[in-house]
Write a protein that binds this ligand. Sequence first.
Ligand code: P6P
Length: 351
Amino acid sequence: MSGIKTLGQFIIEKQADFSYAKGELSRLLRDIGIAAKIVNREVNKAGLVDILGDAGTINIQGEGQKKLDVFANIQFISALTSGGECCIVATEEEDEIVRIDSPVSKNAKYIVCIDPLDGSSNIDCNVAVGTIFSIYRRQSVEGEATLADVLQKGTQQVAAGYVIYGSSTMMVYTTGKGVNGFTLDPSIGEFCLSHPNMTIPDGGNIYSLNEGNYVHFPEGVKKYLKYVQVHDEETNRPYTSRYIGSMVGDIHRNLIKGGIYIYPTTAKSPNGKLRLLYECNPMAFIVEQAGGVASDGFNRILEIEPTELHQRSSIFIGSKEMVNMAEGMMAEFSAEKNVNTVTTQNLKQVG
Ligand code: P6P
């Protein structure tokens, strides 16, 4: 084991970083790691056991749930319940918040928002899927924790992370002091530190978005797409398009190689598709901690004030130079749009 540092050892070592923590956050991260190993076991067997395919149920998003979606949801809620450090779980797979109803958990300090298995439509074709989680400290000081404890801005997160079930299984997380990646070693059943102090390159040439939605993209996104596709050797264009339909997979690759992931408003998703609390906020926290940028095209993701549990947002996330370029084009059209609106209004007043 010389030279190997497990997730558990790392968490305890870093616990000293949290002046307030008495081990609760460390134990919470441990609980999430345990559930991730159980989910990983089933994801890796998918195809051999009856865990593929549809569960025959629909979640609040109106999406058909896969058997593995339901399985993963149960595993994370169960691990958080038995761990006793979490009082509420907000999960993509449940309509309402899940109060952890155990004597120990009632006074637990932490709230967990989670997408138990993101990209699950890819499971049946063996494309990487992931878990995304976000951890907040409960704000209410008496009685039961409520939805208000969940609807906190992304800047309030105390930790965030994802697990990617890909060619290897990794957990990547931050507690606000940088980003570290741990690869699961199945031979010892431990996540081991493999990517210390992860940083995203300032520039890159990979863009990830579903170009099938082009017709309904905002003009700024259309302009950015044209920009990345122009042949210009000086600026290493055209860039490379990489989109696997799994946010965790696309962002993890971009985190390592540099790149931008965009899910803007579309006809089908006029407010964006990705959910603020358990997809956009945690991924934004991680990417910012790695030196990148995350916005809705105009405003910093982490500053968005949540109003609803499953609210959605557009997201432009990744290498700062790429996101800033895309935001510049969004602003260009937004400015023109505002100018046009003002002009029209003036005409009306004069007319
Ligand atoms: P589309 C998966 O459903 C997900 O939430 C993200 O993981 C992924 O990037 C995106 O939606 C894919 O959406 O509309 O391109 O299939």
